[in-house]
Ligand binder design. Structure first.
Ligand code: SF4
Length: 423
């Protein structure tokens, strides 16, 4: 069993209460940060710990904080991105249900590190229970003196509101959240300026994913070296919550060290492949990452190692496919999702994704032509010109389908039918 940090208080049937969280050392890191640390020292610890954003972008949190200028205007904001809508990803919900106070504590420490007095949790509307839990526990934390005016007699003010998202995937993009919170159309903003410079209402704003913020109290409590030592590779740092689904016996959320092998996650934690199933491919981090073929079965799962191998860890949502899954059909499903969720702001995404979907649909229906393959590649090449990372992310499964499973695509075209439906 690997060390449990973020899920150590997880219970099968209920959340961890404030009292239980405190008995386990909860809020000690916050009190220490507020009393003994400075903006700079907290940023330095997070930087030395190598804490990278767990929402998919993997940007160093300490570096983000360091871009908040000392003389930047007030008020400043900490925004927690809990708008988890990447298909296959459910880790943030599990963490909120398991132990909500580590998120609250992480937000207060992040606020302390940038001089922010306001925190907002932007949460997916379907997460009704999670929003209810957070609202209740924020109030409990306030009653206990961990939020509000002069927290623990330190003179530091910080409070949190829970804000429900409008319920579209693009609302969870780091900068679209800011427009959504301002009551505007939630299309992304093109940096620069970056949100830590001009974010919510043009004021300095830190936007960070739930899992990332949950790591913060543990890093402050135990130190940068401890956090790095949790990983199995020098390139990794800390643990990662992997949400695994698809053709495995025990789908679910597992907290494992960064740098663990994919094969170990599947065999030792997810119970192995389902009966009669052989591993054919997986998406390592949600539907905006590339298919990893069977040759990557023993891949090392940390941000840097996967990037060096040409893949992305994304959110760590592993979706496993077996030999009976039509990957053309699976990719079609994903693209249909992205078409529906595009904000429609820019042409390559608004027009390009439906065109890709239609080409895939025709291939899947047995109406494909050999020229479609080149057309798909050409369309995918256009998508990085889109305004935000949504469109290139949507292209990732398509590009990797054409790269690693070209035979399967060609078989659809040659047989003029889906081989998985006709066999
Ligand atoms: S890439 Fe898509 S989601 Fe992003 S701004 Fe353009 S239309 Fe909107």
């Amino acid at each position: 069993m690997h060390p449990q940090v973020l899920l150590k208080n997880r219970k099968p049937d209920r959340i961890t209460t404030l009292e239980e969280y405190r008995e386990g050392g909860g809020y000690e890191a916050m009190v220490r940060a507020l009393k003994d640390e400075t903006h700079q020292s907290i940023q330095d610890i997070l930087m030395d710990a190598g804490l990278l954003g767990r929402g998919g972008a993997a940007f160093p949190m300490g570096q983000k904080l360091s871009t908040v200028l000392e003389n930047a205007p007030y008020p400043r904001y900490v925004v927690c991105n809990a708008d988890e809508m990447e298909p296959g990803t459910f880790k943030d919900r599990v963490m909120i249900h398991a132990d909500p106070h580590q998120l609250i504590e992480g937000m207060v420490i992040a606020g302390c590190a940038m001089g922010a007095a306001h925190g907002l949790i932007f949460i997916r509307p379907e997460y009704e229970n999670a929003a209810r839990i957070l609202s209740r526990e924020v109030e409990n934390a306030r009653q206990a003196g961990f939020l509000g005016k002069a927290i623990m007699h330190t003179g530091f003010d910080f409070d949190i509101v829970v804000h429900r998202s409008g319920g579209r995937y693009i609302c969870g993009e780091g900068t679209a959240i800011l427009n959504a919170l301002e009551g505007k159309r939630p299309n992304p903003r093109k940096p620069p300026p970056f949100p830590t410079f001009k974010g919510l209402w043009q004021l300095p704003t830190l936007v960070q994913n739930v899992e990332t913020l949950c790591c913060v109290p543990h890093v402050i409590q135990n130190g940068a070296d401890w956090f790095r030592s949790l990983a199995l590779t020098p390139e990794g740092a800390g643990t990662k919550i992997f949400s695994i689904s698809g053709r495995v016996r025990r789908p679910g959320c597992y907290e494992l060290p960064m740098g663990i092998k994919l094969s170990e996650i599947i065999e030792d934690y997810a119970g192995g492949m389902c009966e009669g199933s052989e591993f054919k491919a997986c998406l390592p981090g949600g539907t905006s990452t590339q298919f990893m073929p069977a040759s990557m079965y023993h891949a090392v799962m940390d941000f840097k190692s996967l990037e060096d191998a040409g893949y992305r860890l994304g959110t760590g949502a592993i979706i496993v496919f077996d030999q009976n899954t039509c990957l053309v059909g699976a990719t079609l499903n994903m693209i249909a999702f992205f078409v529906r969720e595009s904000c429609g702001w820019c042409t390559p995404c608004r027009e390009g994704l439906p065109y890709i979907r239609d080409l895939l649909q025709r291939i899947e229906n047995g109406q494909g032509e050999p020229a479609f393959v080149d057309r798909l590649k050409e369309m995918c090449d256009h998508l990085p010109r889109a305004y935000c990372a949504f469109a290139p992310g949507a292209a990732a499964p398509v590009e990797s389908l054409l790269e690693h499973f070209a035979d399967e695509v060609n078989e659809h075209i040659e047989k003029k039918a889906c081989p998985f439906k006709s066999s």
